[in-house]
Design a protein around this ligand. Sequence first.
Ligand SMILES: O=C(O)CCC(=O)C(=O)O
Ligand SMILES: [Mn+2]
Length: 191
Amino acid sequence: MPERLGPVAQADLTAEVMALIAAAPLYRPVVPSGKPMSVEMTNLGPLGWVTDVAGGYRYQSAHPATGRPWPAIPEVLLDLWREVADAHTPPDACLVNLYRQGARMGLHQDRDETDMAFPVLSVSLGDTALFRLGGLKRTDPTSSLRLASGDVCLLSGSARLAFHGVDRVLSGSSRLIPGGGRINLTLRRAR
Ligand SMILES: O=C(O)CCC(=O)C(=O)O
Ligand SMILES: [Mn+2]
């Protein structure tokens, strides 16, 4: 959904998320193999997606560094989910990904959620990403698409478990994010 959020909505949402990041600081997660991710993360909502060597990929209700509950998901994102993802059941997790210069995300499936019938909805803010979308098998052919600021991406139906990743972010393509880069907000129903 190209530019589902207009410039004013993007700026308002960015300001709201930056304020929430002050309460739930970004950190660099470590994948189970011990490698730190290049993306910085935090979460909003009842549950947050986390990873570390000791516990692996999972959802939990507290920030791993502060031990505090995650801040609430902004109302505008709950409204968006209601409109385009599920009219009756709200998301219980919002992952905040910050891509500073050089950050990327390898090809993966989102499969840490209990009920895969709920879609995955994500909002892009700031610099444009070169997003890679494949099929249900890692070896399926993939295509590259651009996710620009304000774009909304819905992985639903047969695409819910599609492999996807971020090859790179076009540094300096937007001035929205303080300090530069891209924020991706991913809404999910984890449980
Ligand atoms: O940054 C993106 O557009 C995708 C993020 C993603 O796939 C994830 O966090 O699982
Ligand atoms: Mn994903």
